[in-house]
Design a protein around this ligand. Sequence first.
Ligand SMILES: [Fe+2]
Length: 296
Amino acid sequence: MSKMEDYIKDVTKWNKELRDFLDSEDVEQNNELWQRLDHFTEIMDGINGPLDIEALEKLQKQVDSLHSEMENYFSNRQQLGNIYMNESYISAGKHILPPLPYDYSALEPHISGEIMRLHHDKHHQSYVDGLNKAELMLQNARNNNDYSLVKHWSRELAFHGSGHYLHTIFWNNMSPEGGGKPSGALLKEMNKYFGSFEKFKSHFTEAAKQVEGVGWAILVWSPRARRLEILQSERHMLLTQWDTIPLLALDVWEHAYYLQYKNNRGDYIKNWWNVVNWKDVENRYLKASELKWKPF
Ligand SMILES: [Fe+2]
């Protein structure tokens, strides 16, 4: 086998290993890294004989640039902690801020980069910190069998826990390629219960507008009723309907829109529909709807 054939064989093997790695890391399919890798796989699949010098140099350049992107990815992951690599669950106090699945400014003009940076880096981070603290304090309480502050820390646990989990859903519920309407099983389910997508959208919009004070509008799947529902959540934890799984969450806290929309929550909500990542909501629905309890 010639040196060139060896090289191409090695690169092909490396390409496969990269794909397996991204899969094992649960990297989103719409992540830029996947797009780069898909493009590279196409190039590799297209090679069906020896390459001339120019083509070989081009291939080497692609390999170099992909290699440095993977290195960047690794080092970003390491800055986030080694949780993705080693932990199969989150132990007390070990939550970390998930990275935004797109650039801060990717949702412009609907949501400004300034809001996204503040919202993700400051507000979400403070929920992560508060949740970790509450979990550790409750772990202390268990270890010392001292539950004198359990009401306080349980409230913190609910407040910061809901804040962390809902924001984690919220980021992925949106995408620069969002908008339009859902399809497939989720659309059928919406038609079945709400009458139509338009009726669902009106109901969800009004629910979001009319959240008392601050909070969320949330589309949920109820495993008990075995259908969708739209809930309002004041703050994060008041009026929460437990035993439901959030599928689509819209943040109507002022920090989500005030810098750009001032007090015009309605416009923010109207424009927000342009960035809804329905593929993500559909995936959440498909997974969540596997849960079934005895109906009452
Ligand atoms: Fe928020």
